[in-house]
Design a protein around this ligand. Structure first.
Ligand code: ADP
Ligand code: MG
Length: 199
């Protein structure tokens, strides 16, 4: 991937988070502590600020650098988890991945998030979007279909009961609200899918 392409992915991701920060905050206010929008915005703006240096690296190193930056800046439960996702992706992808290599790397990265969070799909977290995105990628779906699958998966967290993260403290009262991390994951997936499609 050319440096300019990775720069565009960073900009697209940071723009999507910035445009929806208030929505993410509101979701986290309903069943968490209301910091998710600000956490994510801080992290992605920090990555954006170093986009040039990050994008100049080979793809595996660029992903690791972006992940490290997210761990240092997002905070909360989601920072280490999104950071782990990108760092593990960086560890697994070749410099110029085809779809098969990307799919395999995403599968491994999701396993790393799952291990780090001691969590599984079905517990009302970001994993409930990541797993269907992996499946859509493995099934050869288009970028648009993958983005739609991510949105549907985030919507599908509404009726779930949270079993991990702060929302789990609410038990049954977590039912009826979308998980904030699932929503931010879907936003990132759409932003990246559209940016890749456009290149
Ligand atoms: P905090 O919960 O510390 O305030 P954030 O508000 O930034 O952190 O992020 C909350 C999001 O992190 C949740 O909506 C959920 O998607 C995700 N999350 C929390 N704990 C876990 C976990 N153990 N495994 C996977 N995702 C998790
Ligand atoms: Mg929070």
């Amino acid at each position: 991937m050319a440096a300019s392409d990775f720069s565009r992915l960073i900009a697209a991701a940071a723009d999507a988070i910035a445009a929806h920060a208030e929505e993410l905050t509101a979701l986290d206010q309903a069943i968490g502590d209301g910091d998710h929008g600000l956490n994510m915005k801080r992290g992605f703006e920090a990555v954006r600020a170093e986009a040039e240096a990050i994008a100049a690296k080979p793809l595996p190193d660029a992903l690791k650098a972006a992940g490290t930056k997210l761990v240092m800046t997002v905070g909360g439960a989601s920072g280490p988890l999104f950071g782990t996702l990108l760092m593990a992706l960086g560890k697994e992808v070749p410099a110029a991945p085809d779809r098969a290599a990307l799919t395999m790397a995403l599968g491994k990265a999701i396993e790393a998030v799952s291990a780090r969070g001691k969590s599984q799909p079905g517990q009302k977290t970001m994993l409930d979007v990541l797993q269907p995105v992996y499946e859509a990628l493995a099934q050869g779906k288009t970028a648009n279909e993958i983005a739609d699958a991510a949105d549907q998966a985030a919507d599908a967290t509404v009726p779930m009961k949270a079993l991990r993260g702060r929302a789990s403290f609410l038990g049954e009262r977590s039912i009826g609200h979308m998980d904030a991390g699932a929503r931010s994951t879907a936003l990132l997936v759409r932003a990246i899918a559209e940016a890749i499609e456009g290149s």
